[in-house]
Design a protein around this ligand. Structure first.
Ligand code: PLP
Length: 396
C-alpha cells in the first residue's frame, strides 16, 4: 500500500458538519447568502474582546520580531505558562504551577496529546453521549477503543448506572465535555461528584489510575451564572484541555493549553508523557504570538449577551412552534429532537427551507439535530418563518 489507509479514510470522508458547511457556501452562491440559514459550524460570530486586539497591536509594536515570532520552549513560553497557572490557582483554588502547563494548538491538539500520553494499545476510553465526533478520531489514533456511555433521557446528564456498566479493568480514561457540544448541557456538581466517587472506587478495585480528561473549550460560555465545576477539585487524576477558540473567539489562531493536576498520582511522569506525546505528534511550540496574547488576556470576556440573546430567540421560538429542545445552559448549540425520531430526514426537510442543521447520530444519540446559534442574530430571526413552516409540515 502506497499510503496509510486509515489516514486516507479520514481525509477522504469529511465530517457531516464540514459537508454541510461546504454545501452552504455553494448554495449561498446560487441563491444569495442572506437566503441560506447555515447553522452547521461552531465558528464564533462574536468578535474577540477589544483587549485581544489591543494586545496584538501592542505586542507587534513593542517587541523584537525574531523573539515574538520565534520558537518558544516546546511546552510553551515560561512566562505565559506562569500567567496561566497563576490564573487557574486564583480562579479555582488549586495548586497548578507553570511546569504543569503545556501550550497547544487548541483543544483538538490538547485532547490528542492527553490521550496519546496515557492510552496504551487496546485501552478503553469512555465518552459521554452526546459527544464531539472527533473524539473517536483522537482516541483511535492513540491506539485506544472508544466506549460510549449513554446519557439520562431528556436531561442529557450523565447516567451513572450506564457509566458503571461501561467501566472495566481496561478503562484508562474518560473525556468529559461540559458545557457540552452538542447538547449545551452543563453537568451539575452532583453529577460530577457522583462520577468522581465512582471513578475513585473503580481505581481502587482495578489497582490502576483512570484519567479524567476535561474538554473545556466552552467553560466561559455559560448563561445566568450557571456554575461549571473545576474537575481538579473533585478528582486528582485530572487533565484539563482548555482552548481560547471560543472563550476569546480565536478559533483560527489555534491556541489552548493542557493543565496536568500536580496532585495526581505520578504527576511529573504524566507531564513528561504529555511533553513526549506533543513531541511525537509534532505539537510543540504552539503559535508564539498567540501564546503571548492568551497569557495577557486571561480575564478578557467575549460578549456573552449576544449568544444568550440568540439562544433565547431560537429556543423560545422553536418550543412555541412545537419542537422539543434541550434548554442549553452553556456553549452555543441547541439540541432538537426530530419530530419523527429520524435525524437525517429532519435535516433533509429543514434543508428544503434553506435551513442547515446537523443530524447528530454520529454524536452518539440518535434522532436529534444540532443547531449552532453562534451566528448573526438576524440569521436566526430570518430563519424563523422556515422553522414555523417546518413545524406545520410535521403537524406540530
Ligand atoms: N472539543 C469540543 C467539544 C469542541 O466543540 C471543539 C470545537 O468545536 C473542540 C474540542 C476543538 O476546539 P479547538 O478549536 O480548540 O481545537
Amino acid at each position: 500500500m502506497n499510503y496509510n489507509e486509515k489516514s486516507y479514510a479520514l481525509g477522504s470522508k469529511r465530517s457531516i458538519i464540514r459537508e454541510i458547511f461546504e454545501y452552504s457556501k455553494v448554495r449561498a452562491k446560487e441563491i444569495g447568502a442572506d437566503k441560506v440559514y447555515d447553522f452547521s459550524l461552531g465558528n464564533p460570530s462574536v468578535e474577540p474582546p477589544q483587549m485581544v486586539t489591543d494586545t496584538i497591536i501592542e505586542l507587534l509594536k513593542n517587541n523584537n520580531p525574531t523573539v515574538l515570532h520565534g520558537y518558544t520552549s516546546a511546552q510553551g513560553d515560561a512566562e505565559v505558562r506562569k500567567a496561566i497557572a497563576d490564573n487557574i490557582c486564583k480562579r479555582f483554588n488549586v495548586k497548578v504551577g507553570a511546569d504543569d502547563i503545556y501550550m497547544t494548538c487548541g483543544a483538538a491538539a490538547s485532547l490528542s496529546i492527553c490521550l496519546k500520553a496515557v492510552v496504551n494499545d487496546g485501552d478503553e476510553c469512555i465518552v459521554f453521549a452526546p459527544f464531539f465526533t472527533e473524539y473517536r478520531v483522537f482516541v483511535e489514533n492513540a491506539g485506544g477503543r472508544l466506549v460510549i456511555s449513554k446519557p439520562k433521557e431528556n436531561t442529557f446528564q450523565i447516567d451513572l448506572k450506564d457509566l458503571e456498566e461501561k467501566l472495566n479493568k481496561n478503562t484508562k480514561a474518560l473525556i468529559m465535555n461540559s458545557p457540552n457540544n452538542p447538547s449545551g448541557v452543563v453537568y451539575t456538581k452532583e453529577t460530577i461528584s457522583a462520577v468522581c466517587e465512582l471513578l475513585k472506587k473503580k481505581e481502587e478495585e482495578y489497582g490502576h489510575p483512570i484519567y479524567l480528561i476535561a474538554d473545556e473549550p466552552y467553560r466561559e460560555l455559560v448563561y445566568a451564572d450557571v456554575e461549571v465545576p473545576y474537575l481538579m477539585n473533585y478528582y486528582k487524576n485530572t487533565l484539563v484541555c482548555y482552548s481560547f477558540s471560543k472563550s476569546l473567539s480565536l478559533p483560527g489562531e489555534r491556541i489552548g493549553y493542557i493543565a496536568v493536576n500536580p496532585e495526581m498520582q505520578d504527576s511529573r511522569t504524566i507531564y513528561l508523557a504529555v511533553c513526549g506525546a506533543g513531541r511525537s505528534l509534532g505539537y510543540v511550540c504552539a503559535p508564539s504570538l498567540f501564546q503571548r496574547v492568551a497569557g495577557k488576556c486571561l480575564d478578557a470576556k467575549v460578549n456573552l449577551e449576544a449568544y444568550e440573546k440568540n439562544r433565547n430567540l431560537l429556543y423560545n421560538s422553536l418550543c412555541e412552534y412545537g419542537f422539543t429542545c434541550v434548554k442549553p445552559d452553556g456553549a452555543f448549540y441547541l439540541f432538537v429532537k426530530s419530530p419523527t425520531g429520524d435525524a437525517t430526514s429532519f435535516y433533509e426537510k429543514a434543508k428544503e427551507h434553506e435551513i442547515l442543521i446537523v443530524p447528530c447520530d454520529d454524536f452518539g444519540v440518535e434522532g436529534y439535530v444540532r443547531i449552532a446559534y453562534c451566528v448573526d442574530y438576524n440569521r436566526i430571526k430570518n430563519s424563523l418563518a422556515g422553522f414555523k413552516a417546518l413545524a406545520k409540515e410535521y403537524n406540530l
